[in-house]
Write a protein that binds this ligand. Sequence first.
Ligand code: SF4
Ligand code: SF4
Length: 227
Amino acid sequence: MIIDINRETDRIKTILLSLGADDCGFVSLEEQSSISWHMRADDVLPGVKTIIVFYKKFPRYFYTAEDRECYNKDFCKMISSVDMISQMLAQEIISKGFQAIAIAADDEVEPDWGAVSLRHYAVLAGLGSIGKNKLLLTPRFGSMVELGAVMTDMPLHGDAPIEKEICISGCARCIQACPQQALGGGETKADHCKETVYLNEDGDSISGCWLCRSSCPLNISFGKNNI
Ligand code: SF4
Ligand code: SF4
């Protein structure tokens, strides 16, 4: 199927922002064929050409709430709202005659937990860089964002990764704050982190202790602009 790639890329961006995403970016697997995560994407959707990545910022009270039960309930709703955006966008793309798969937002914690690593695709899509807390750090909101994604065989233009390193040079607050010594060195020690995962009344896991987010100076400064 022949499409106007420039026009479709702009149209998808407009749809995402109108659905409530705060920012989005595109990874063109045709333009970046050598990336190591390509194979995993192809496993999920054979023939995939584009990974569309977006995020919604957390409300500031996620950062400041003392009542963990309270913000964890809203955190679940946040994940649902991100998934809803992914599903609506996937349906829109399918209606144009292409294949599309919405990637569940809470599917992304560690590469061995989820179908793909949304953080790494977010970096390739120009949305930020990975910090020492192993989370995506965005220029506007630090790590206080929830990522969503759609894979499609619709060809779209990719965005360039940002060149700036967002994590603060010489800072190690998140590593020092982690009660499980899960950070520092290579990948997050997911089994250590999982021991802090909060369970709701239905026994569903929601999130860890969040000290790797709440200790980060980037989130303090960005949070002030995020009421
Ligand atoms: S959620 Fe807590 S335990 Fe897990 S990596 Fe972050 S600071 Fe460490
Ligand atoms: S706390 Fe410091 S080292 Fe950790 S992610 Fe934030 S800026 Fe980077």
